[in-house]
Design a protein around this ligand. Sequence first.
Ligand SMILES: [Mn+2]
Length: 289
Amino acid sequence: MAFRFVHTADIHLDSPLRSLSLRNPELAELIGDATRQALVRIVDLCLEERVDALIIAGDLYDGDQTSMKTARFLATQMQRLHEANINVFKIRGNHDALSRITQELVLPPSVKVFSGRAESVELNAGNHTVVIHGLSFAKPQAPESLLPKYKPAVSGAINIGIMHTSLAGAPGHDLYAPCSVGELHASGFHYWALGHIHQRTHHAGERTVIMPGMPQGRDINEAGEKSVTLVTVQDDGSLTIEERLTSIAQFSRIDVDVSGLTEWTDLAEHISSTLERERTRTLSSHLVA
Ligand SMILES: [Mn+2]
């Protein structure tokens, strides 16, 4: 029997709205609710695909402004997974480490939140033993690599590591728990479920190392479709990786070439047909252009 899981990170629930969306109340409402709706989609996907586990690789929350309403919303979503016998494995990222309210949140027993000391959980998955390794940010900063703190890979088992890291550094992201992709490939773990960098990257190499990116963008600088990873550990131990769309609304900067146009009506027509074309290509339910 195959072992299947969904891997996500950087949901940033309750992220404050930035300038663009505030100018239009309808847009503010759509974007303000989109990160929550993306989490609902992720839970829906877990239920539809009857996965064994959901992995959240940090920054589920955005910071210390997390409301009680969000805490309740989250508990409801986790309960849906609990009732379907789907385990949740979660680590805290740099943003979660700021959140106070959520540290007191009571979640179903099927939700495992890894502590600031490395731990591993063994699961019996038919043909295989699957070992899930995790380590949370204890503080909002982590200037050194966390990799040496993880427990060694269990031989004969499928080892999955969950880590919040900026890797060797990415534009727009401060350095957190730095480590190289090469070190992860050489660690003996079969799959690294990463989080922190908001852009999806599948780091090719000997093992499977995936930064899924955020499941829902929050402004024009987080443009494009957003997704999660659906992983199947096959009976022969090989991994099948699928990317699944989760964004409710996607942002896009659209250039309109108006050279040669001299009439206002032509201009309006041209802009509208360009937007129309872009809309047809958009896979998310909404396009914010
Ligand atoms: Mn982060």
